[in-house]
Design a protein around this ligand. Sequence first.
Ligand code: FE
Ligand code: ZN
Ligand code: FE
Length: 192
Amino acid sequence: MTANSLQELYVEQLQDLYSAEEQIIKALPKMIEAAQSDELRSALKEHLEVTRKQASRVETICQELGEDAQNEKCKGMEGVLKEGSDLLKEVSKEVRDAAIIAAAQRVEHYEMAGYGTARTYATLLGFADAASMLEQTLEEEKEADQTLSELAEELNVEALKAGENTEEQEAEQGRNWGPRAKKSVARGKRAA
Ligand code: FE
Ligand code: ZN
Ligand code: FE
């Protein structure tokens, strides 16, 4: 579409956000299924419920403007989600939760950028109700990101320990091969 005014750009941004939310609603159940930690699973489940409300908020805002919410495909979110699902195929069980968090935080940050912009446009255009709805969503995305950061501190430590165990096993094997092999394992550890 060609957007000739701030309002048209605003509508385009809203449609893009709507598409992003719809894609997230489809992707989250797969992430929930892949998650191993109960805490991570329940945080993602909760955010799925929140996400459904966020999508309907954008729909309401579009309806009040007489615009169709379903008019864009958010290619950015498509890429972010694709990268996340590709990553999950590549990682071992030990680091899967850490990878889910890494992917989910990219999603939250991408949304935060979009909602911040849309909220500012709504304010400038004088749509106070829409601005406060968008602000509410922005706050929810920030909260989700914060929860993920807290979970990351726990779960990434577990992933780190899993890596150390693997290195210890390697070092043990290295010992059988003599001092040189042992040395190279130690170097690898320092670099990581
Ligand atoms: Fe969202
Ligand atoms: Zn987008
Ligand atoms: Fe979100």
